[in-house]
Design a protein around this ligand. Structure first.
Ligand code: AMP
Length: 196
């Protein structure tokens, strides 16, 4: 348990909605620290047991079990705190991909002080599928290479992840139209962040 809660902004939305793109940009701004849970998993190697578990679940479009996920995430944050990359006294944590269901939100209740949730909406499912397929080729991502897995990922999002919005309540949620160009999405996010 940390000695203080981390000031946090959540990037929320379906796979392919553009959270990673925006998160990377926000992470370059001083006093914002971006952490994508999927990247933490992808950095594990195959000789790591959790790395193998990750491959097993992600290749089916499913979530990795909560307990090892939250443990890995905590370890990763700790390493980055110790190395000085993340300074919780100065930085706002920009989280992408976690919490991924209400159980994880509850597990992180004493860790995160969630100040706002950017909810990336994209009503056009086919657009998400197309983006994921393009990314699969570009980034060599197995989980996005196959249409069946993409569909499973989108279903997992609807079923398991969306209820996280209710967990935190609508007061914190800022809806962003994710069908806009990345630069316009960024402009909208910055406009809101700059006000706080
Ligand atoms: P992402 O890059 O965020 O789409 O994550 C890729 C895959 O990693 C997901 O489909 C899950 O299998 C796994 N994953 C990432 N974050 C989480 C999480 N918070 N809880 C469980 N599984 C996760």
């Amino acid at each position: 348990m940390p000695d203080m809660k981390y000031r946090t902004i959540l990037l929320f939305g379906a796979p392919g909605a553009g959270k990673g793109t925006q998160g990377k940009i926000l992470g370059t701004i001083p006093h914002f620290y971006h952490c994508a849970c999927g990247d933490v998993f992808r950095n594990l190697t195959i000789d790591n047991e959790l790395g193998r578990t990750f491959l097993e679940y992600s290749s089916r479009g499913e979530l990795v079990p909560d307990e090892p996920t939250v443990r890995l995430w905590r370890e990763n944050i700790l390493v980055n705190k110790q190395s000085g990359r993340f300074d919780p006294h100065q930085d706002t944590l920009v989280l992408d991909g976690i919490p991924r269901n209400p159980t994880q939100a509850e597990m992180l209740r004493d860790t995160l002080d969630v100040k706002g949730i950017f909810y990336f909406t994209c009503p056009d499912m086919e657009k998400l599928v197309e983006r994921l397929q393009r990314r699969a080729l570009r980034d060599n991502r197995l989980d996005d290479a196959n249409l069946e897995v993409i569909r499973a990922r989108l279903e997992t999002y609807e079923r398991d992840t969306k209820p996280v919005l209710d967990y935190y309540g609508s007061n914190l949620v800022r809806t962003i139209d994710a069908t806009q160009s990345p630069v316009n999405v960024l402009r909208e996010i910055l406009r809101i962040i700059a006000k706080v």
